[in-house]
Design a protein around this ligand. Structure first.
Ligand SMILES: Cc1cc2nc3c(=O)[nH]c(=O)nc-3n(C[C@H](O)[C@H](O)[C@H](O)COP(=O)(O)OP(=O)(O)OC[C@H]3O[C@@H](n4cnc5c(N)ncnc54)[C@H](O)[C@@H]3O)c2cc1C
Length: 309
């Protein structure tokens, strides 16, 4: 029987350090505990939220109804043919280090993304022109109280998106993930990862944040009309959200305890015990400014969970 805690503040379970309580919270340590808890909750029909490392969520101050499962499962199996099967709660960092030790490469990009594999699937996490979705071959999911394996197509990955972010997908829990990685030069992969990490340290502000708050904008017309945008981005038709935020004066802009970083215009920081409401108000100001100036509605990359007005 798993311990269920009532009215547990979620701020300590998020990297933004904000948000209200979970109605019920259960910490699971294995994939089978995660599956059992998810099945029970789905059969009862209550709201269910899985949290990995909470590095891509903002829970509302009013709290999160139903059950929040904190996923600490972390088993990993690497077969002689290179097939990797991992629990969804494994940290991306550990997954990279353990697979590279077996001569498997491809996850260098993930070093420095402070989340779990399950959380990475939800937003198809990526960096340096790679993303997790392209390495996944199959997932074990719990849906409607039943456990089954599905191929990677089931998750419908696209840029910072998967079915897990959609209304219908919020009831799906991923318990285990099968990945295909390339046999390669481990030393080279470690050097690449170290270089990516170095670049992150230069670009990214210290905590507390949830990484980039908004998704970049894919809009060739807008990109063409921004003379200051670097040529490569103009040609790719991609406008970084940080570029638009900076243009409307959000870099360093503060509201209550929340602030857009000076170092990275798309990072929202909790600098002084910000409430989730303050963070949301700040990001709504930013969205409004970008809409008025560029006619573009920024979309949150960070997931707003719980009871929002
Ligand atoms: C400093 C910093 C840097 C970052 N850099 C990057 C980056 O370069 N690229 C990038 O893409 N992201 C980045 N992020 C965002 C974040 O780290 C990633 O999205 C990460 O993969 C989220 O994992 P998590 O375990 O923290 O997910 P959580 O925040 O715990 O959850 C995110 C979403 O996934 C769902 N979820 C979690 N686990 C499961 C599961 N097992 N089954 C079903 N749904 C699940 C949750 O319900 C929630 O909706 C960064 C964040 C920070 C703080």
């Amino acid at each position: 029987m798993l311990d269920t805690l009532a009215h547990v503040p979620l701020a300590p379970f998020t990297t933004l350090r904000a948000g209200g309580p979970a109605e019920r919270l259960i910490v699971v340590h294995t994939a089978s505990e995660l599956a059992e808890a998810a099945k029970l909750s789905q059969l009862v029909g209550e709201p269910l939220t899985v949290l990995g490392h909470g590095s891509n969520v903002l829970p509302s101050d009013a709290g999160v109804p139903g059950t929040v499962l904190v996923n600490r499962s972390k088993e990993l199996c690497i077969e002689p043919d290179g097939t990797v099967t991992a629990d969804s709660g494994i940290a991306l960092q550990d997954l990279f280090l353990k697979t590279v030790q077996h001569g498997l490469t491809g996850l260098e990009f993930a070093v420095g993304i402070p989340g779990t594999l399950g959380g990475a699937l939800a937003s198809n996490a990526g960096a340096y022109r790679s993303s997790i979705g392209s390495h996944v071959t199959a997932v074990e999911v719990v849906e409607g109280g039943r456990v089954r394996w599905e191929s990677a197509d089931f998750l419908r990955f696209s840029y910072r998106h998967s079915i897990l972010r959609e209304e219908q997908g919020r009831r799906i829990v991923v318990t285990r993930v099968r990945l295909r990685l390339q046999p390669g030069d481990s030393w080279r992969a470690l050097c690449d990862a170290r270089e990516f990490q170095r670049q992150r340290i230069l670009k990214q502000p210290p905590p507390a944040s949830a990484g980039s708050f908004f998704k970049n904008v894919q809009d060739p017309d807008l990109a063409r009309n921004l003379p200051n945008l670097p040529l490569a981005l103009r040609e790719a038709g991609v406008v970084p959200a940080g570029f638009l935020l900076e243009a409307v004066g959000m870099r360093g802009f503060r509201h209550g305890g929340a602030m857009f970083s000076h170092r990275h215009a798309n990072f929202v920081l909790n600098v002084a015990r910000a409430t989730a409401g303050e963070i949301r108000e700040l990001t709504e100001i930013a969205k409004q400014r970008v809409l008025e100036r560029f006619g573009k509605r920024l979309e949150e990359e960070v997931l707003l969970i719980g009871r929002w007005a």
